[in-house]
Design a protein around this ligand. Structure first.
Ligand SMILES: *Cc1c(COP(=O)(O)O)cnc(C)c1O
Length: 357
């Protein structure tokens, strides 16, 4: 390697590999938890009218006041809370970690979980500690609480429900973690639209709770908008690390418009949940397949030992892209994760899967 690169780029950066996204033209895309549905034509026409008048020669409102107002009302944000917006919740994770980054400081999460907690902690030279889940993907509460007491993490991330496992940790266990943690606890509710449980209304009860969500999984992944609610004293500090104008004019207008027509997104979520039950039941009956309960828009399942790679490739040859979790190893050995698609997409996926198995 170029010696100047070696000299100047930090070792923890050189040691990482860039976030990998599988190329996916002409396939049924069930790998990234996207909502498969688009909008009805009349709504698209109305949206284009709005965009026609968008002042793209101007910087966006840095405080995104209109959109925040809409989120408050549409997403039942606790009145004791302030809100901060990110270019996807990924950017919010980055802001939280930057705000606490001190050498030797710990970021903690159960494992396996959403990979960005660890990746961004590494960027910030923080000490990331993953506490293994039990083999059924439930929290090892004892291990979690004693690690929190011992390591005094600056932040604990809990994906609620968890990705890639799909399960919702018991509320009382999450509450014990919030009460035991000396620092911040970020409850990541990316799958809120499918979960039926939230900590949004508990923000005022604790002095260390942040609740983060995204519009990505509810059907607006292309816009990149995450939002995080918390007590004003936390949000005002984290807001200092936000790049000015981080939410584009088009994103602000479009998310506001979409939430004005929230019933369409809700209907899509309903359809996804109904399909989720169908897929669960079908997978449950397949020979050699163990399927895990899910409160999200994806399903994790385990196949017979050593077969995950072959099944993943076989599906791809049949034009269906899911996510092979097996290379991550550990509890995810032999596991595959499929996003819920349209009924036709799901039927194609299940037919191909049955044939391969
Ligand atoms: C998808 C996902 C995110 C990232 O969402 P963006 O808003 O698209 O950046 C965050 N957390 C979890 C648990 C996710 O699964």
């Amino acid at each position: 390697m170029n010696s100047k690169v070696l000299q100047w780029i930090r070792p923890e950066v050189r040691g990482q590999t860039a976030y990998h996204v599988t190329e996916s033209s002409d396939v049924i895309k069930l790998d990234a938890m996207e909502n498969p549905y688009t909008w009805p034509d009349p709504l698209i026409t109305k949206w284009l009218e709005l965009i026609r008048g968008a002042p793209i020669n101007r910087y966006p409102d840095p405080a995104a006041r209109k959109l925040k107002g809409r989120l408050r009302e549409s997403m039942e944000i606790d009145s004791s809370a302030d809100v901060i917006l990110g270019n996807g919740s990924d950017e919010l994770i980055q802001m939280v970690i930057m705000a606490v980054a001190k050498s030797g400081c710990v970021v903690m999460a159960p494992e396996p979980t959403f990979v960005m907690y660890k990746i961004i902690s590494t960027w910030a030279a923080m000490n990331y500690v993953g506490i293994p889940l039990n083999s059924d993907f439930s929290l090892d509460l004892g291990a979690m609480l004693s690690a929190i007491r011992k390591l005094q993490p600056a932040v604990v991330f809990l994906a609620y429900p968890n990705n890639p496992t799909g399960n919702l940790f018991p509320r009382t266990e999450v509450q014990q973690i919030i009460e035991t943690a000396p620092g911040l606890v970020v409850i990541d509710e990316a799958y809120h639209a499918f979960a039926g449980s939230s900590f949004m209304d508990e923000i005022g009860r604790y002095d260390n709770l942040l609740v983060m969500r995204t519009v990505s999984k509810m059907g607006l992944a292309g816009l990149r908008l995450g939002y995080m609610a918390g007590l004003p004293q936390w949000i005002s500090e984290i807001d200092k690390l936000r790049l000015p104008y981080n939410i584009s004019v088009i994103t602000q207008l479009t998310v506001d418009f979409a939430l004005e027509h929230r019933e369409i997104l809700d209907k899509q979520a309903q359809a996804i949940k109904a399909e989720r039950e169908n897929i669960y039941k079908t997978l449950e009956q397949l020979q050699g397949v163990t399927v895990f309960p899910t409160h999200t828009n994806f399903i994790l399942f385990r196949v017979a030992k050593g077969r995950a790679d072959g099944i993943f490739k076989g599906l791809l040859e049949n034009g269906v892209l899911i996510k092979n979790m097996s290379p991550a190893g550990g509890l995810l050995q032999d596991c595959l994760r499929a996003t819920i698609g349209t009924p036709q997409e799901n039927a194609t996926f299940l037919k191909a899967l049955k044939a391969i198995i």
